[in-house]
Design a protein around this ligand. Sequence first.
Ligand SMILES: Nc1ncnc2c1ncn2[C@@H]1O[C@H](COP(=O)(O)OP(=O)(O)OP(=O)(O)O)[C@@H](O)[C@H]1O
Ligand SMILES: [Mg+2]
Length: 324
Amino acid sequence: MRSLLEVENLTKIYNQDKRNQVIAIEDVDFRVSEREIVGLLGPNGAGKTTTIKCISGLIRQDAGKVRVNGYDVEENQEKVQENIGTVLEGNRNIYWRLTPVENMEFFLELGGKLAGSGREKIGELIRRFDLEDKKNTPVRELSRGMKQKVALGSALIKDPKLLVLDEPTLGLDVEASKELQRTLTSIVEKEKRAVLLSSHQMDVVQNISERAVILDQGKVVVDKEVAELLDDFKVQGYLLKFEKQLKETTAEKLQNDFEVLELSNGEVPSAKIAFQQPEGIYQLMDFLKGHGVTISSIETEGQNLEEVFLKTIKRKEQRGVKEK
Ligand SMILES: Nc1ncnc2c1ncn2[C@@H]1O[C@H](COP(=O)(O)OP(=O)(O)OP(=O)(O)O)[C@@H](O)[C@H]1O
Ligand SMILES: [Mg+2]
């Protein structure tokens, strides 16, 4: 399928001064094809915003290439702007002194399409994002969620082939977040478009993305189908409390033989243990029995995708594995 976004070996180094360089991203490489929604994930400081700023031409990379719908970001900025709609962190892509309608008009004019259908489009987006009451109020007087909606509307107004969104659901209430997810899904399904979105909200990514690109410390550590990733994350976790402190040798062996996420061997001795297969719990029971450990309570641990996701990143890093 045709790539609407090609990111090739992208590297960006921020120079605070000669001695103080930050390699924000290094050799970042991935594609987004038409009809695809790709989630760009990673912990704070991983390089998501930097990647998005390079893609939308806001900052210049130090090495590598970005092509949007085939146009090179460095060589053909004008064509790139016709083909991309961007929502930046904190809605910095819109003008806070202008009203929602004025913002959308401004972005339409940039695309040269204000006449006729353009006006209708503005009305439609104002309605879709529930902004009718505020359509003539300066954006700076709107709530954070409303600002986010204006930013989205302004990115969508040109009907761009590629939508790039940095934390688009941040500050939206549940209903608005759902509505946005529906909007994005319908955009890529009906038309030959694509979306790249960064998010810390794993449920959003899980709901709408087909593929996830995970950055960690400026590098791509995972580029995988979300369904496959979720399978990897399918971990059953238990929190066990013990009657007495574990002997040091037992605690050590426990950590060697099982996937111990947390161990506290103080006043209330406990361990959080994960299993790739649910049957693992039987082996643990045998182990504890064999070492004379009495359990005072056992609970299953609620699934926290974000937590498991961050742990997976750490494990990968320790092993130095790069998955493709
Ligand atoms: N203007 C800048 N000058 C210097 N360093 C910067 C600048 N912007 C970002 N960085 C550094 O680059 C790295 C990547 O930052 P970036 O903002 O891209 O991360 P992020 O993945 O978007 O994080 P978050 O989840 O917190 O939004 C960090 O180490 C950050 O400190
Ligand atoms: Mg960011």
